[in-house]
Ligand binder design. Structure first.
Ligand SMILES: C[S@@+](CC[C@H](N)C(=O)[O-])C[C@H]1O[C@@H](n2cnc3c(N)ncnc32)[C@H](O)[C@@H]1O
Length: 242
């Protein structure tokens, strides 16, 4: 597997047992419902299908793109509905997809898995290019209000959500290029520790909006993260006419 793929077999193996249970998909599905109901829908960074499965139940068709074969394999190991197609592709390059989509979405900050603002604009442009004119992009993007304090704290230890006796330790750093690295270590009794790291571009909400505009979207609505929620929620429309 390419070194360029962040989500390897180690993360994929624990995603549905440790990460998905901590992130209820119902809020995301309710926010997406007006855009995806009866629509041809694209999920960018579809992962193991945490959100794609409930969205596919209300969409006409769902295509899920991800550059991690292990994450897609976890999804494929489930009963993939007939109206779902999974495509291994990297959103930092033009998307190899047929036809246009009425709506696209990226949950849990998938589109933040980039190294620079330029790479984010390129990724957003690739998504816009496969949307119909006026088509919507909904996305969760890492909230600086939540993550900057974590950078300052550097190490955070907490009980693993929904795993009695488990302890999760996050070690968070931010480099000069605004790339945040979050190393996660999960310890449970009688089991070897599980460790993995993610890297995302941490930029202010106004900068995310500027990247969306540069990629050809008009930003319709932003719902800032509340309390310690990890993500802001953006809704934007493809301004293009074809
Ligand atoms: C935090 S997971 C979110 C998965 C899913 N959207 C969810 O909400 O459960 C981020 C996903 O984005 C994918 N991803 C990261 N960089 C990517 C890229 N450059 N191209 C395509 N997918 C990417 C990862 O492989 C991973 O499956």
């Amino acid at each position: 597997m390419s070194q360029d793929v962040q989500y390897g077999t180690d993360v994929a193996a624990v995603y549905d047992s440790f990460i998905s249970p901590a992130m209820d998909s119902r809020d995301a599905v309710e926010r997406l419902r007006p855009h995806v109901t009866g629509a041809r829908v694209l999920e960018i960074g579809v992962g193991t299908g945490r959100v794609a499965l409930p969205v596919a139940a209300i969409a006409a068709e769902l295509v899920g793109v991800d550059n991690s074969r292990p994450m897609l394999d976890e999804f494929r190991a489930k009963a993939v509905p007939a109206n779902v197609e999974l495509v291994e592709a990297d959103f930092r390059r033009p998307l190899p997809l047929r036809g246009r989509f009425d709506a696209a979405y990226a949950t849990m900050g998938s589109l933040a898995c980039v190294r620079s603002r330029e790479e984010l604009v390129a990724a957003l442009t690739h998504v816009r290019e496969v949307l119909v004119p006026g088509g919507s992009l909904s996305m969760e993007y890492y909230a600086t209000a939540t993550y900057r304090p974590l950078v300052a704290q550097h190490v955070l230890t907490m009980p693993t959500p929904h795993r009695a006796g488990g302890v999760t330790t996050f070690t968070v750093t931010l480099d000069d290029a605004d790339v945040l690295t979050m190393h996660t270590r999960i310890d449970e009794d009688d089991a070897p520790p599980v460790e993995f790291a993610e890297q995302i571009l941490l930029i202010e909400r106004t900068e995310v909006e500027a990247c969306l505009a540069e990629a050809g979207f008009s930003v319709e609505h932003v719902t800032p993260a509340e309390g310690f929620q990890p993500y802001d929620w953006y809704t934007a429309l493809n301004e293009g006419t074809q």
